[in-house]
Ligand binder design. Structure first.
Ligand code: FAD
Length: 263
């Protein structure tokens, strides 16, 4: 299997760096091919701007989605973006690894998504009409590939529990899981979350290493998060609301988009 790890931590000698080494060695031990995009080491450009579109004339107004679609199709996007797109196509499994910063991914990783996820590649795929909203949420270019997050947090597990003050971790990660990974077609595995990471000592690291190795060796058999497919008959067209008869008592918000919650 081919695995791409997109790594977003500014310090290679960090806990995240040590966990990256664990993941890579566990994957290699199983005979998988691994590529790592170490975004800080690559000096990854994190903002979308005119420089991303070499075909745009200086007098043209920049319309990001339209220009992205045009230059993706013409293969004229910048070489750094094209290289990351090739890695995504190569990968069977994609792992995004990062410390939780302000309840989401560091800006450099969001910038990787903004730039690499071109129109026609990660969005704007398939038929867009009055009767269809394209191939997304379970379909698209990444269909058939798995993805998961490796995340470290300063907060405790309780802070991220159902009644925890930070909000449930599955809710906080929903925009990444559902919006960034499921949207272009990935099958999304549950995240590996290392809580209270700033308090890691050798004993705790040994447990994290054991658990991460287990997750890496179980990539192919880990049940995915059971998101509902957009084009699987669960949503009204064209409003894309969950069909009323599929609502379950007491289930609201992000959880609506999970199948068979009470079965
Ligand atoms: P490091 O600082 O590298 O290491 C953490 C600890 O692990 C250290 O004690 C280190 O000695 C030890 N360690 C490292 N490697 C090893 C090893 N090989 N063996 C044993 N011990 C080791 N947290 C939240 O919960 N929510 C937030 O919204 C949030 N926002 C943040 C925003 C910013 C800008 C910043 C800087 C932090 C934020 N945090 C937040 C905290 C952040 O998530 C944690 O600091 C981070 O996850 C820790 O990971 P790290 O790799 O940076 O750890």
């Amino acid at each position: 299997m081919n695995v791409l790890i997109v790594f977003a931590h500014p310090e290679r000698q960090s806990l995240n760096g040590a966990l990256l080494d664990v993941a890579v060695s566990a994957l290699h031990a199983q005979g998988h091919q691994v590529q790592v995009s170490d975004l800080y080491a690559m000096n990854w450009k994190a903002t979308v701007d005119r420089d991303d579109f070499p075909g745009l004339k200086t007098t043209d107004r920049l319309k990001v989605a339209a220009e992205s679609s045009k230059e993706f199709t013409a293969r004229t996007l910048t070489d750094d973006v094209k290289a990351e797109q090739e890695k995504l196509l190569w990968a069977d499994t994609v792992i995004l690894q990062f410390p939780l910063w302000w309840f989401t991914m560091p800006a450099i990783l969001k910038g990787w998504v903004d730039r690499v996820y071109a129109c026609g590649f990660a969005y704007g795929v398939g038929e867009h009409s009055d009767s269809r909203w394209g191939d997304r949420y379970g379909e698209g270019v990444m269909a058939g590939k798995r993805a998961m997050l490796i995340v470290t947090t300063g907060g405790w597990p309780e802070h991220y529990s159902a009644r925890g003050i930070n909000g449930p971790i599955n809710d906080l990660l929903f925009p990444i899981h559902h919006g960034i990974l499921f949207y272009p077609g990935f099958t999304v595995l549950p995240p590996f979350v290392a809580y209270r990471a700033d308090r890691t000592d050798d004993a705790k690291f040994a447990l994290l290493e054991r658990d991460l190795r287990m997750r890496m060796s179980a990539l192919t058999e880990t049940p995915p998060i059971a998101y509902r497919q957009q084009n699987g008959g669960d949503y009204q067209i064209p409003t894309m609301q969950l069909l009323p008869n599929l609502e379950e008592p007491g289930v609201t918000g992000f959880a609506l988009h999970l199948q068979n919650r009470n079965k």
